[in-house]
Design a protein around this ligand. Sequence first.
Ligand code: UFG
Length: 325
Amino acid sequence: MRVLVVGGAGYIGSHVVKELLSHGVEVRVYDNLSTGQTINLFENAEFIEGDILDIPTLEKAMQGVDGVVHLAAKKAVGESMMHPDMYALNNLNGTVNVLNAMVKNNVKYFVFSSTAAVYGMPDRSILDETTPLDPINFYGFSKKMIEEVLSWYDRLKDIKFVALRYFNAVGYDAEGDVKGMEKNPQNLLPIVMETIFSVRPQMTVFGSDYPTKDGTCVRDYIHVSDLASAHYLALEYLKKENQSQILNLGTGTGHSVKEMIDETERVTGKKVNYKMGDRRPGDPAALMAVSLKANELLGWKPVHSSLENIIQTTYQLYQKELGKN
Ligand code: UFG
């Protein structure tokens, strides 16, 4: 099978590329290197530098592939509220360009990187795929819209897709084959790591009065290598069953911000300099995934997502990159 990984030089994309290569898939990466990094490219995967808004280059890259994994997107929640135009253009138009290039080249299988942000602030903490969608930021809205576009392209253009709703993506390749740290990270664990290595003097825990076990927010942290394996299984599923699906990817277990910090201190033996602060607007108290559908349909199960492994693999990379300063 030959697969085009759009956004394959990014954080999740590079882990997906590694996983596909390990199964003997022929991989071609398409990435504009805006957040993706050449250091994340694998020698045995072809690389085409290009943007999803550049239709001729995209169409060329699509030639001769059997399937597409699409992870190229803008993903900063706060930024999406200030620059919806940028998110509309890159996430919505960009994905439509990818789909149209697929139609033109008769490519039938599409694996899409969606997000738990499509659920917004749900009235429950444990979410399956039937939980109503009500995104509260433009980023989540852009992904929800794309899911809808996908079901129309399935009906009208016979493109079969699996949309994977990631919960909180964390961790790094345990073998150290992905070497690029995310630039300007916005998420909890990279911020914890940057605090350990004094890139930031101090971090803030956003809210300590939530109705959770210790008052801090609870999230479902899923190791990026577990996310990666789902992409391979999704492609296999599409080839075999030729049916579209939308699937949650999480562990079903929640960890609080405080637990993440405490466990980081335990695993690394380093102090995290933090203070308790106000709630961040738009943060639900707790979010956890029911991923039974991914388990039943794909045979997917997280195996890398223990808290210890998540922190250990992240620390390993940060130690190598920042520990030398
Ligand atoms: N947090 C802090 N301090 C920080 C950063 C984060 O306390 O400096 C807290 C947040 O308040 C939240 C938790 O850590 O309770 C996790 O925050 P992240 O920003 O890492 O992740 P979110 O749960 O807000 O969102 C993430 C992705 C979204 C995705 C969503 C899906 O950033 O893109 O998961 O659940 F949509």
